[in-house]
Design a protein around this ligand. Structure first.
Ligand SMILES: NCc1[nH]cc(CCC(=O)O)c1CC(=O)O
Length: 341
């Protein structure tokens, strides 16, 4: 007889977080069968509640810590996170048990509806146009290529940000969002331009883990570890471990300008993982870029690839850039906000 039990799933309460949790439950139910029930426990985390403190000042676990406390005391058994919101070092007793198949990992430009499709790309925007993003990674990389654009904070969940973009009094001529969130919520038609390393006029590298979901579980919980294997996408998981290893090695949190891009490629007849990394100063004036392509067979090799490329970039100037940002964080946290508008 199959044992009947209930798996409690922790998640944030935003529309995107709930949609992502539904995707995971659908994947798990298929293999677990009818004897396993799923129960959703949603909550607003500090990052959801505090809408004014600059993100860099809220610390690393702003989207995750309160859910992890519930995991450790067994109020939930699995947490479904946007992988990019998960710090690279987890609390004692918590492990990243599964990474799901990636949605489009790229960042995208959304233009206000009132502009009526007048602009198709960032390079078409007139000098002095205002671009909304609260991410220093996005702003710093775009400042490299678009000297005439002005960057301004835009906070809130995806619906809030789209509304601010469309608001005539909001002052934005474009905002930057992750493709994954828009696609998962069915806002495909709002995507005005995809940004990636090869974008004409200037693109950017996405956040570590962007577009993938991370399932966090208790260390040693073999039953749940086995259950969630059904949600794993091996290629995404190895790529994500390489990306997270870059971040961990450079000791950057979500508030530092580190961009990555990973792709599985065919190289000399073999399948390899290509990892690109960019570390950029806040003003976009200094940047260190790197790329490496290697055969990767497991998570340890993926982490080793990320670590060795990160160490090389650190020696080539990335450490200097990050040290300057960390010094600023201590002396003037407000300076880490994006706004120069
Ligand atoms: N920082 C918030 C956040 N966390 C995950 C996503 C989108 C989905 C994803 O990247 O997986 C977003 C919104 C955004 O950056 O546009």
């Amino acid at each position: 007889m199959t044992e009947e039990y209930t798996v409690k799933i922790g998640t944030r309460r935003s529309a995107l977080a709930l949609a992502q949790t539904d995707l995971v439950i659908a994947a798990l139910s298929k293999s677990a069968g009818p004897s396993v029930k799923f129960e959703v426990h949603s909550m607003a985390t500090m990052g959801d509640r505090d809408k004014t403190t600059p993100l860099p000042s809220l610390g690393k676990g702003l989207w995750t810590s309160e859910l992890e406390a519930k995991l450790v005391n067994k109020e939930v058994d699995v947490i479904v996170h946007s992988l990019k919101d998960m710090p690279t070092s987890l609390p004692d007793g918590c492990v990243l048990g599964a990474v799901t198949q990636r949605e489009d990992a790229r960042d995208v430009v959304v233009f206000p509806r009132r502009q009526g499709g007048k602009y198709k790309a960032l390079k078409d925007l007139p000098e002095g146009s205002v671009v909304g993003t609260s991410s220093v990674r996005r702003a710093a990389q775009l400042k490299r290529s678009y000297k005439g654009l002005i960057f301004k904070d835009v906070r809130g969940n995806i619906d809030t940000r789209l509304a601010k973009c469309d608001d005539e009094n909001g002052g934005y001529n474009a905002i930057i969002l992750a493709a994954a969130g828009l696609l998962r919520l069915g806002y495909d038609e709002r995507i005005g331009q995809y940004l990636e390393s090869s974008t004409e006029g200037g693109g950017l590298l996405h956040a570590v883990g962007q577009g993938a979901l991370g399932l966090e579980i208790r260390e040693g919980d073999e039953k749940i570890a086995e259950l969630i294997k059904a949600a794993v996408d091996e290629d995404t998981m190895m790529a994500a471990f390489a990306e997270r290893s870059v971040m961990r090695t450079l000791e950057g949190g979500c508030s530092v300008p580190i961009g990555v891009e990973t792709k599985w490629v065919e190289d000399e007849g073999e399948k390899k993982l290509r990892l690109k990394v960019a570390v950029v100063s806040l003003d976009g004036k200094k940047a260190v870029d790197g790329e490496r392509t290697e055969k990767i067979a497991n998570l340890e090799e993926a982490e080793a690839l990320g670590k060795s490329l990160a160490e090389k970039l650190a020696r080539e100037g990335a450490q200097e850039i990050l040290d300057a940002i960390n010094k600023l964080r201590e002396s003037a946290p407000g300076a880490l906000k994006v706004s120069d508008a």
